[in-house]
Write a protein that binds this ligand. Structure first.
Ligand SMILES: [Zn+2]
Length: 200
């Protein structure tokens, strides 16, 4: 019998979380792909806390005819290899190539996640953290019961914490992973009052 309680998943948006966004455009070639500062080191530190790590990304530049799927796969091979060289194993990169409003997989729809959990049957979205820099990421995270983490200056929802970068969010992500795994302590214990005398 396996104990699934330790099997946590990390979902990462790509552009704006892992690599620099291209202003008013799509990253169409490997040469344009640039990791954000400290992302590789941060993922190396975070990855031991997660059983699986996935990248979930909207890439409607393909649907618009601005880039090809082959070019996107080249970029994703580069990204995966670079992280693997650093000791970070990405279990899968799921992308939606479709135009907005034409499919059931473009975030905030959950088509990519339903496909993912069909393949990776040990993934439980309720035991996951979802990091994104767009309201669509947060909406999807909430929809699937994940723990959302927003990268950016203004969180779209008051209960979702915002961090300037993945590096800044590191401690929070690790805390989510470690404290949420102990629901007994989280849900039943009252705050301990320092000034209260110990009961006999
Ligand atoms: Zn789609």
């Amino acid at each position: 019998m396996t104990n699934n309680s330790s099997k946590w998943t990390l979902f990462l948006d790509r552009d704006g979380v892992i690599n620099k966004r291209k202003v008013e455009g799509y990253i169409t070639r490997v040469e344009e792909f640039e990791f954000l500062p400290e992302v590789v080191d941060t993922l190396r530190e975070i990855s031991p806390f997660f059983h699986r790590i996935f990248i979930i990304t909207n890439q409607q530049g393909i649907g618009k005819g601005i880039m090809t799927i082959e070019a996107l796969l080249d970029i994703h091979h580069f990204l995966s290899n670079r992280l693997r060289d650093a000791g970070v194993y990405i279990n899968g990169i799921f992308f939606c190539p479709h135009l907005e409003g034409t499919c059931l997989c473009r975030k905030p729809a959950y088509g990519m996640i339903s496909r993912l959990v069909h393949i990776f049957t040990d993934v439980n979205p309720r035991q996951s953290v979802f990091v994104g820099d767009d309201i669509r990421d947060i909406l999807l995270a909430v929809r699937i019961g994940s723990n959302p983490v927003f990268i950016g200056s203004h969180s779209p929802f008051p209960h979702v914490p915002a961090f300037a970068s993945l590096s800044d969010a590191k401690e929070h992500i690790i805390n989510l992973r470690t404290t949420s795994n102990q629901p007994f302590y989280r849900t039943t214990s009252k705050p301990y009052k320092q000034d209260k005398q110990p009961q006999p």
